[in-house]
Design a protein around this ligand. Structure first.
Ligand SMILES: Cc1ncc(COP(=O)(O)O)c(C=O)c1O
Length: 399
Protein backbone atom coordinates (compact mmCIF):
# COMPACT_ATOMS: atom_id res chain seq x y z
CA UNK A 1 0.00 0.00 0.00
CA UNK A 2 1.31 3.46 -0.78
CA UNK A 3 0.74 6.57 1.33
CA UNK A 4 -2.43 7.62 -0.48
CA UNK A 5 -3.97 4.16 -0.19
CA UNK A 6 -3.08 3.83 3.50
CA UNK A 7 -4.39 7.35 4.10
CA UNK A 8 -7.70 6.47 2.49
CA UNK A 9 -8.07 3.22 4.41
CA UNK A 10 -6.90 4.20 7.88
CA UNK A 11 -6.69 7.95 8.25
CA UNK A 12 -9.75 9.98 9.23
CA UNK A 13 -9.82 13.41 7.63
CA UNK A 14 -13.12 15.21 7.20
CA UNK A 15 -11.50 17.58 4.73
CA UNK A 16 -10.35 16.72 1.23
CA UNK A 17 -6.57 16.29 0.95
CA UNK A 18 -4.63 18.35 -1.56
CA UNK A 19 -2.66 16.30 -4.05
CA UNK A 20 0.69 16.91 -2.37
CA UNK A 21 2.77 14.46 -0.37
CA UNK A 22 5.11 16.61 1.68
CA UNK A 23 8.64 15.42 2.35
CA UNK A 24 10.43 18.66 3.23
CA UNK A 25 9.65 22.27 4.12
CA UNK A 26 12.16 25.10 4.22
CA UNK A 27 11.42 28.82 4.51
CA UNK A 28 8.54 29.54 2.12
CA UNK A 29 9.08 26.38 0.10
CA UNK A 30 7.57 22.91 0.40
CA UNK A 31 8.84 19.87 -1.46
CA UNK A 32 7.13 16.65 -2.53
CA UNK A 33 8.49 13.13 -2.95
CA UNK A 34 9.80 13.79 -6.45
CA UNK A 35 11.63 16.87 -5.24
CA UNK A 36 9.12 19.23 -6.88
CA UNK A 37 9.10 22.65 -5.27
CA UNK A 38 5.96 24.49 -4.15
CA UNK A 39 5.85 28.16 -3.17
CA UNK A 40 3.92 28.33 0.07
CA UNK A 41 1.38 31.17 0.20
CA UNK A 42 -0.78 28.98 2.47
CA UNK A 43 1.59 28.95 5.44
CA UNK A 44 -0.34 26.13 7.11
CA UNK A 45 -3.32 28.55 7.32
CA UNK A 46 -1.50 31.02 9.51
CA UNK A 47 0.70 28.64 11.49
CA UNK A 48 3.99 29.07 9.63
CA UNK A 49 4.58 32.73 10.36
CA UNK A 50 8.37 32.62 10.55
CA UNK A 51 9.17 30.26 7.68
CA UNK A 52 9.46 26.49 7.87
CA UNK A 53 12.53 24.99 9.51
CA UNK A 54 13.75 28.36 10.80
CA UNK A 55 17.19 27.30 12.03
CA UNK A 56 17.58 29.96 14.68
CA UNK A 57 14.30 28.81 16.24
CA UNK A 58 14.90 25.08 15.80
CA UNK A 59 18.40 25.23 17.28
CA UNK A 60 17.16 27.21 20.25
CA UNK A 61 14.32 24.74 20.93
CA UNK A 62 16.74 21.81 20.68
CA UNK A 63 19.10 23.41 23.16
CA UNK A 64 16.62 23.57 25.98
CA UNK A 65 17.00 21.26 28.90
CA UNK A 66 13.50 20.51 30.12
CA UNK A 67 11.46 17.94 32.02
CA UNK A 68 9.67 15.43 29.80
CA UNK A 69 6.34 16.47 31.29
CA UNK A 70 5.00 18.64 34.06
CA UNK A 71 1.72 17.80 35.77
CA UNK A 72 -0.62 20.81 35.32
CA UNK A 73 -1.09 21.37 39.05
CA UNK A 74 2.64 21.81 39.77
CA UNK A 75 4.55 25.08 39.55
CA UNK A 76 6.75 25.43 36.47
CA UNK A 77 8.84 28.52 35.78
CA UNK A 78 8.44 28.60 31.94
CA UNK A 79 4.61 28.72 32.33
CA UNK A 80 4.97 31.93 34.28
CA UNK A 81 7.46 33.32 31.74
CA UNK A 82 5.14 32.63 28.82
CA UNK A 83 2.09 33.98 30.64
CA UNK A 84 4.02 37.15 31.56
CA UNK A 85 5.17 37.54 27.95
CA UNK A 86 1.59 37.30 26.69
CA UNK A 87 0.47 39.87 29.26
CA UNK A 88 3.27 42.18 28.05
CA UNK A 89 2.33 41.77 24.38
CA UNK A 90 -1.45 42.15 24.64
CA UNK A 91 -3.28 45.35 25.67
CA UNK A 92 -2.39 46.24 29.28
CA UNK A 93 -5.77 45.38 30.80
CA UNK A 94 -5.36 41.72 29.77
CA UNK A 95 -3.32 39.97 32.41
CA UNK A 96 -4.12 36.30 32.97
CA UNK A 97 -3.50 33.54 30.46
CA UNK A 98 -5.11 30.11 30.52
CA UNK A 99 -3.23 27.36 28.75
CA UNK A 100 -4.69 25.32 25.91
CA UNK A 101 -3.43 22.92 23.27
CA UNK A 102 -4.76 24.99 20.35
CA UNK A 103 -7.30 27.48 19.04
CA UNK A 104 -10.53 25.48 19.42
CA UNK A 105 -9.77 24.86 23.06
CA UNK A 106 -8.92 28.55 23.55
CA UNK A 107 -12.31 29.57 22.15
CA UNK A 108 -14.03 26.91 24.25
CA UNK A 109 -12.25 28.21 27.37
CA UNK A 110 -13.22 31.80 26.53
CA UNK A 111 -16.85 30.75 26.15
CA UNK A 112 -16.89 28.90 29.46
CA UNK A 113 -15.39 31.85 31.28
CA UNK A 114 -17.72 34.35 29.59
CA UNK A 115 -20.69 32.24 30.70
CA UNK A 116 -19.42 32.05 34.27
CA UNK A 117 -18.57 35.74 34.46
CA UNK A 118 -21.81 37.08 33.00
CA UNK A 119 -24.18 34.36 34.21
CA UNK A 120 -25.51 34.28 30.63
CA UNK A 121 -25.51 31.36 28.20
CA UNK A 122 -25.77 32.73 24.67
CA UNK A 123 -23.18 34.00 22.18
CA UNK A 124 -23.15 36.03 19.03
CA UNK A 125 -20.69 35.87 16.14
CA UNK A 126 -20.35 36.74 12.46
CA UNK A 127 -22.26 34.43 10.12
CA UNK A 128 -20.02 32.16 8.06
CA UNK A 129 -17.02 32.51 10.34
CA UNK A 130 -14.92 29.72 11.84
CA UNK A 131 -13.81 29.50 15.45
CA UNK A 132 -12.81 25.88 15.83
CA UNK A 133 -14.00 22.34 16.05
CA UNK A 134 -15.53 21.76 19.45
CA UNK A 135 -19.31 21.58 19.72
CA UNK A 136 -19.43 25.06 21.28
CA UNK A 137 -17.09 26.67 18.76
CA UNK A 138 -18.92 25.00 15.88
CA UNK A 139 -22.08 26.67 17.19
CA UNK A 140 -20.37 30.03 16.65
CA UNK A 141 -19.30 29.16 13.12
CA UNK A 142 -21.11 29.04 9.80
CA UNK A 143 -24.74 27.97 10.26
CA UNK A 144 -24.64 26.12 6.94
CA UNK A 145 -21.89 23.76 8.09
CA UNK A 146 -22.18 20.67 10.25
CA UNK A 147 -25.89 20.19 9.56
CA UNK A 148 -26.04 17.20 11.91
CA UNK A 149 -25.42 19.41 14.91
CA UNK A 150 -26.10 23.07 14.13
CA UNK A 151 -26.15 25.42 17.10
CA UNK A 152 -25.89 22.67 19.68
CA UNK A 153 -25.14 25.43 22.11
CA UNK A 154 -28.67 26.82 22.26
CA UNK A 155 -29.44 30.35 21.22
CA UNK A 156 -26.25 31.21 19.37
CA UNK A 157 -26.95 34.26 17.27
CA UNK A 158 -25.21 35.63 14.17
CA UNK A 159 -24.85 38.96 12.43
CA UNK A 160 -24.37 38.99 8.67
CA UNK A 161 -21.75 40.75 6.58
CA UNK A 162 -21.25 43.55 5.68
CA UNK A 163 -20.05 44.89 9.00
CA UNK A 164 -21.84 48.23 8.79
CA UNK A 165 -24.37 50.31 10.72
CA UNK A 166 -27.17 47.94 9.72
CA UNK A 167 -25.25 45.02 11.24
CA UNK A 168 -24.70 47.07 14.40
CA UNK A 169 -28.40 47.83 14.58
CA UNK A 170 -29.23 44.12 14.30
CA UNK A 171 -26.61 43.43 16.93
CA UNK A 172 -28.04 46.01 19.32
CA UNK A 173 -31.51 44.48 18.99
CA UNK A 174 -30.03 41.13 20.04
CA UNK A 175 -27.93 42.61 22.84
CA UNK A 176 -30.90 44.41 24.35
CA UNK A 177 -32.35 41.46 26.24
CA UNK A 178 -29.10 41.07 28.20
CA UNK A 179 -28.85 37.36 27.47
CA UNK A 180 -25.64 37.33 25.42
CA UNK A 181 -22.50 36.35 27.31
CA UNK A 182 -20.09 37.24 24.53
CA UNK A 183 -19.58 38.57 21.02
CA UNK A 184 -16.74 36.75 19.28
CA UNK A 185 -14.99 37.59 16.05
CA UNK A 186 -11.59 37.67 14.38
CA UNK A 187 -10.42 41.32 14.34
CA UNK A 188 -9.55 40.75 10.68
CA UNK A 189 -11.78 37.92 9.51
CA UNK A 190 -9.34 35.60 7.77
CA UNK A 191 -11.86 32.76 7.64
CA UNK A 192 -14.20 34.87 5.52
CA UNK A 193 -11.52 35.71 2.97
CA UNK A 194 -9.81 38.50 4.95
CA UNK A 195 -12.66 40.85 5.79
CA UNK A 196 -11.23 44.05 7.30
CA UNK A 197 -13.72 45.84 9.55
CA UNK A 198 -13.67 49.63 9.71
CA UNK A 199 -12.33 51.36 12.83
CA UNK A 200 -15.74 52.95 13.23
CA UNK A 201 -17.48 49.56 13.24
CA UNK A 202 -15.07 48.13 15.79
CA UNK A 203 -15.36 51.10 18.14
CA UNK A 204 -19.16 51.06 17.98
CA UNK A 205 -19.11 47.29 18.53
CA UNK A 206 -16.91 47.69 21.59
CA UNK A 207 -19.19 50.40 23.00
CA UNK A 208 -22.34 48.36 22.40
CA UNK A 209 -20.87 45.28 24.09
CA UNK A 210 -19.86 47.36 27.10
CA UNK A 211 -23.25 49.07 27.23
CA UNK A 212 -25.11 45.75 27.42
CA UNK A 213 -22.63 43.80 29.56
CA UNK A 214 -21.67 41.39 26.75
CA UNK A 215 -18.00 40.43 26.71
CA UNK A 216 -16.02 41.25 23.58
CA UNK A 217 -13.84 38.29 22.59
CA UNK A 218 -11.24 38.63 19.86
CA UNK A 219 -10.26 35.35 18.24
CA UNK A 220 -6.68 35.95 17.12
CA UNK A 221 -5.91 32.31 16.26
CA UNK A 222 -4.75 33.41 12.79
CA UNK A 223 -4.22 37.15 13.19
CA UNK A 224 -2.07 36.91 16.35
CA UNK A 225 1.72 37.23 16.43
CA UNK A 226 2.31 39.63 13.57
CA UNK A 227 0.10 38.39 10.73
CA UNK A 228 -1.59 41.76 10.08
CA UNK A 229 1.45 43.97 10.74
CA UNK A 230 0.80 44.36 14.47
CA UNK A 231 1.60 41.76 17.10
CA UNK A 232 -2.15 41.42 17.67
CA UNK A 233 -4.67 42.69 15.10
CA UNK A 234 -6.75 44.11 17.96
CA UNK A 235 -4.13 46.90 18.08
CA UNK A 236 -5.38 48.27 14.76
CA UNK A 237 -8.50 49.45 16.56
CA UNK A 238 -9.36 51.62 19.50
CA UNK A 239 -11.09 48.81 21.38
CA UNK A 240 -10.71 47.06 24.72
CA UNK A 241 -11.61 43.39 24.29
CA UNK A 242 -12.30 41.38 27.43
CA UNK A 243 -10.50 38.31 26.10
CA UNK A 244 -8.11 37.40 23.30
CA UNK A 245 -7.81 33.81 22.03
CA UNK A 246 -4.59 32.79 20.33
CA UNK A 247 -2.92 29.69 18.84
CA UNK A 248 -1.23 28.76 15.52
CA UNK A 249 1.70 31.23 15.14
CA UNK A 250 2.16 31.17 18.93
CA UNK A 251 4.81 28.50 18.30
CA UNK A 252 5.24 29.29 14.57
CA UNK A 253 4.51 25.64 13.81
CA UNK A 254 6.96 24.01 16.18
CA UNK A 255 4.45 22.51 18.65
CA UNK A 256 0.75 22.57 19.45
CA UNK A 257 -0.21 25.37 21.81
CA UNK A 258 -2.89 27.99 22.43
CA UNK A 259 -4.06 30.41 25.09
CA UNK A 260 -6.82 32.74 26.11
CA UNK A 261 -5.86 35.88 27.96
CA UNK A 262 -8.43 37.69 30.09
CA UNK A 263 -8.71 40.62 32.51
CA UNK A 264 -7.89 40.44 36.22
CA UNK A 265 -11.49 41.17 36.99
CA UNK A 266 -12.80 38.20 35.03
CA UNK A 267 -9.98 35.97 36.31
CA UNK A 268 -10.79 36.84 39.93
CA UNK A 269 -14.42 35.95 39.46
CA UNK A 270 -14.05 32.69 37.53
CA UNK A 271 -10.70 31.23 38.52
CA UNK A 272 -11.93 29.24 41.52
CA UNK A 273 -14.59 27.37 39.53
CA UNK A 274 -13.49 27.31 35.95
CA UNK A 275 -11.17 24.28 35.94
CA UNK A 276 -9.84 24.12 32.38
CA UNK A 277 -7.53 21.27 33.31
CA UNK A 278 -5.58 20.17 30.24
CA UNK A 279 -3.15 17.25 30.44
CA UNK A 280 -1.13 18.49 27.48
CA UNK A 281 -1.92 22.20 27.71
CA UNK A 282 1.41 24.07 27.62
CA UNK A 283 3.53 20.92 27.50
CA UNK A 284 7.19 21.81 28.25
CA UNK A 285 8.18 21.36 24.59
CA UNK A 286 5.30 23.55 23.43
CA UNK A 287 6.12 26.24 25.98
CA UNK A 288 9.78 26.31 24.95
CA UNK A 289 8.76 26.42 21.27
CA UNK A 290 6.39 29.27 21.99
CA UNK A 291 8.89 31.24 24.09
CA UNK A 292 11.52 30.86 21.38
CA UNK A 293 9.13 31.76 18.53
CA UNK A 294 7.69 34.79 20.33
CA UNK A 295 11.11 36.03 21.40
CA UNK A 296 12.30 35.62 17.81
CA UNK A 297 9.31 37.71 16.68
CA UNK A 298 10.13 40.41 19.24
CA UNK A 299 13.85 40.44 18.41
CA UNK A 300 13.27 40.66 14.66
CA UNK A 301 10.15 42.78 14.92
CA UNK A 302 11.34 45.80 12.98
CA UNK A 303 12.82 43.73 10.18
CA UNK A 304 9.73 41.49 9.97
CA UNK A 305 7.30 44.41 10.08
CA UNK A 306 9.25 46.24 7.36
CA UNK A 307 9.10 43.10 5.26
CA UNK A 308 5.36 42.73 5.86
CA UNK A 309 4.83 46.31 4.66
CA UNK A 310 7.04 46.00 1.61
CA UNK A 311 5.83 42.54 0.60
CA UNK A 312 2.20 43.45 1.27
CA UNK A 313 2.54 46.39 -1.13
CA UNK A 314 4.23 44.15 -3.70
CA UNK A 315 1.37 41.59 -3.47
CA UNK A 316 -1.16 44.38 -3.91
CA UNK A 317 0.51 45.84 -7.02
CA UNK A 318 1.08 42.47 -8.66
CA UNK A 319 -2.40 41.16 -7.88
CA UNK A 320 -3.96 44.27 -9.45
CA UNK A 321 -2.14 43.46 -12.70
CA UNK A 322 -3.43 39.89 -12.97
CA UNK A 323 -6.16 39.51 -15.52
CA UNK A 324 -8.80 37.74 -13.43
CA UNK A 325 -12.02 36.79 -15.18
CA UNK A 326 -14.10 39.27 -13.27
CA UNK A 327 -13.58 42.41 -11.25
CA UNK A 328 -11.76 41.37 -8.10
CA UNK A 329 -11.68 42.82 -4.63
CA UNK A 330 -8.21 42.69 -3.09
CA UNK A 331 -8.15 42.87 0.72
CA UNK A 332 -4.79 43.10 2.46
CA UNK A 333 -3.93 43.69 6.09
CA UNK A 334 -0.25 43.02 6.69
CA UNK A 335 0.28 39.61 5.12
CA UNK A 336 -3.30 38.43 5.52
CA UNK A 337 -4.35 38.60 1.89
CA UNK A 338 -7.75 37.89 0.34
CA UNK A 339 -8.60 38.16 -3.35
CA UNK A 340 -12.31 37.87 -4.01
CA UNK A 341 -12.72 36.63 -7.59
CA UNK A 342 -16.53 36.69 -7.15
CA UNK A 343 -17.07 33.06 -8.17
CA UNK A 344 -16.44 30.10 -5.86
CA UNK A 345 -15.90 27.61 -8.69
CA UNK A 346 -13.41 29.93 -10.40
CA UNK A 347 -11.54 30.38 -7.09
CA UNK A 348 -11.35 26.60 -6.65
CA UNK A 349 -10.10 26.13 -10.21
CA UNK A 350 -7.39 28.75 -9.65
CA UNK A 351 -6.31 27.03 -6.43
CA UNK A 352 -6.13 23.62 -8.14
CA UNK A 353 -4.33 24.86 -11.25
CA UNK A 354 -1.84 26.83 -9.13
CA UNK A 355 -1.12 23.68 -7.13
CA UNK A 356 -0.32 21.84 -10.37
CA UNK A 357 2.14 24.61 -11.25
CA UNK A 358 3.73 24.71 -7.80
CA UNK A 359 1.89 27.34 -5.74
CA UNK A 360 -0.03 26.68 -2.52
CA UNK A 361 -2.96 28.77 -1.30
CA UNK A 362 -6.35 28.38 0.31
CA UNK A 363 -9.82 29.51 -0.73
CA UNK A 364 -12.70 30.81 1.37
CA UNK A 365 -15.88 30.91 -0.69
CA UNK A 366 -15.11 32.99 -3.77
CA UNK A 367 -11.88 34.39 -2.30
CA UNK A 368 -8.31 33.18 -2.70
CA UNK A 369 -6.49 33.57 0.60
CA UNK A 370 -2.77 33.80 1.22
CA UNK A 371 -0.96 33.70 4.56
CA UNK A 372 2.69 33.74 3.47
CA UNK A 373 5.45 33.63 6.06
CA UNK A 374 6.12 37.09 7.48
CA UNK A 375 9.73 36.79 6.29
CA UNK A 376 8.98 35.66 2.72
CA UNK A 377 11.32 37.46 0.34
CA UNK A 378 10.18 39.46 -2.67
CA UNK A 379 11.87 37.03 -5.09
CA UNK A 380 9.84 34.07 -3.77
CA UNK A 381 6.66 36.16 -3.62
CA UNK A 382 7.27 37.19 -7.26
CA UNK A 383 7.80 33.58 -8.31
CA UNK A 384 4.52 32.58 -6.62
CA UNK A 385 2.60 35.45 -8.15
CA UNK A 386 3.93 34.55 -11.60
CA UNK A 387 2.58 31.02 -11.13
CA UNK A 388 -0.75 32.51 -10.09
CA UNK A 389 -0.82 34.72 -13.18
CA UNK A 390 0.06 31.81 -15.47
CA UNK A 391 -2.68 29.64 -13.87
CA UNK A 392 -5.29 32.39 -14.24
CA UNK A 393 -4.35 33.00 -17.88
CA UNK A 394 -4.57 29.30 -18.69
CA UNK A 395 -7.98 29.02 -17.08
CA UNK A 396 -9.25 32.15 -18.82
CA UNK A 397 -8.19 30.72 -22.16
CA UNK A 398 -9.88 27.38 -21.47
CA UNK A 399 -13.18 28.74 -20.13
C1 LIG B 1 -10.11 31.97 13.91
C2 LIG B 1 -9.86 30.57 14.34
N1 LIG B 1 -10.22 30.20 15.58
C3 LIG B 1 -10.01 28.97 16.04
C4 LIG B 1 -9.41 28.01 15.25
C5 LIG B 1 -9.17 26.64 15.77
O1 LIG B 1 -7.82 26.47 16.03
P1 LIG B 1 -7.19 24.99 16.14
O2 LIG B 1 -7.21 24.41 14.77
O3 LIG B 1 -5.83 25.24 16.69
O4 LIG B 1 -8.06 24.24 17.10
C6 LIG B 1 -9.01 28.35 13.96
C7 LIG B 1 -8.39 27.35 13.08
O5 LIG B 1 -8.28 27.47 11.90
C8 LIG B 1 -9.24 29.65 13.48
O6 LIG B 1 -8.90 30.02 12.25
Amino acid sequence: MNTKERDKKYFGRGNEALDLKVTKAKGSLIYDEQGNKYIDFLGGAGVGSLGWGNEEIENEIRKNDRPAYVYPNFYYEPWTQLAKLLADLTPTHLTTSFRTTGGSEAVEAAMQMAMMYTGRKKFISVEGSYHGNTIASISLGASSKHSSFPNLLPGCEKIDLPLDDKALKTLEEKLKDHSLAGFIMEPVICNLGVVIPSSEFMEKLDNLCKQYGTLLIMDEAITGFGRTGKIFATEHFNIKPDMICMAKAMSAGHAGIGAVIITDEIANKVEEDVGLYSSYGWHPISVDASLVAINYLIEHKQQLFNNIKETGKFFEQQLKDINFNAETEIRIKGLAIGVDVKDQEYATQIRKRSLQHGLLMDTEGSSLVFFPALNIDIKTAKEGLEILEKSVEELNREN
